[in-house]
Design a protein around this ligand. Structure first.
Ligand SMILES: [Zn+2]
Ligand SMILES: [Zn+2]
Length: 269
């Protein structure tokens, strides 16, 4: 059975621990058939002097990242398929700069992520006060509008951690404007939605996205992929059996993977 983790960070990202081999060994231990490295893309959206390596691959190391993963693809060829992608921050107005990262390599896939609203890194625990200074519903609405703009660029393969603003448990009241629209745009743009199991390890203690959003995605016939968002080797494939069971319960019968930008659907058996 196909069992793939498409959201795995690497020591090049700055905020991830362990070696590439440790991540791969863990994937083999958990019986995964395929994994994808999705390092944080260089911070193309910041002025050069402000770009850091704490949570991103430095621009000058992007070639190294590609070469390292290519050599691992070769090394583990007989035991596991390794795909090469990036987790890409989308920042409106910086599409031209982003284009150069998209064109840098023939990526197997690119994950669309929104981690910033304006200059506020809302999923960074050091900036939690932002949630107390703003209207929570407005945060979600702005987030979804940003996500939708990212989806419409046509650069991406999948949407990562779809309902990320819930990370620290700040919940909107009632219906969130933009949530359903974001799912519809996902469909229109032929994007896969990621079931990201990392939410379980965060204060919100649930997968991204929440089950009702996944149910809605299923109704819209969206395809789904699995990602652990591992920043440590032991997190690879975490809670995947439960995630697959949830997908089955909701009526999904396939999960997606990619090869050179082309989505491949695998039956969930
Ligand atoms: Zn992320
Ligand atoms: Zn990530």
């Amino acid at each position: 059975m196909f069992f793939g983790d498409y959201h795995i960070h690497t020591p090049r990202c700055g905020d991830a621990q362990g070696s590439y081999d440790e991540y791969i060994e863990e994937a083999l231990r958990k019986g995964l058939s395929e994994i994808g490295f999705s390092g944080h893309c260089p911070q193309y959206f910041l002025p050069l002097e402000e770009r850091g390596r704490e949570s991103a691959i430095p621009e000058e190391e992007l070639t190294l990242y590609v070469r390292e993963v290519e050599s691992l693809q070769e090394k583990y060829r007989s035991s596991i398929t390794i795909r090469l992608g990036l987790e890409v921050d989308f920042v409106p107005g910086k599409e031209e700069e982003l284009q150069s990262i998209v064109d840098f390599y023939s990526w197997d896939y690119l994950l669309l992520s929104v981690h910033y609203l304006g200059t506020w890194p809302f999923d960074n625990p050091q900036y939690l006060s932002g949630y107390r200074e703003r209207d929570i519903n407005e945060i979600y609405e702005t987030y979804y509008q940003t996500l939708i703009a990212g989806m419409k660029t046509g650069f991406f393969s999948a949407v990562a951690h779809f309902d990320l603003p819930k990370k620290f448990g700040f919940r909107p009241a009632g219906e969130v404007k933009g949530e359903i629209e974001a799912l519809q745009v996902c469909r229109e743009q032929n994007l896969v939605i990621e079931l990201n199991t990392a939410g379980r390890r965060k204060p919100v203690r649930e997968f991204y996205p929440a089950a009702p959003i996944l149910a809605q995605a299923q109704k819209l016939s969206l395809n789904v992929c699995l990602g652990s968002d591992a920043h440590r080797p032991e997190e690879v494939g975490e809670d995947f059996r439960e995630a697959l069971a949830l997908l089955c319960r909701l009526g999904f019968d396939h999960i997606a993977g990619w090869e050179k930008g082309i989505a491949v659907l695998h039956p969930i058996s």
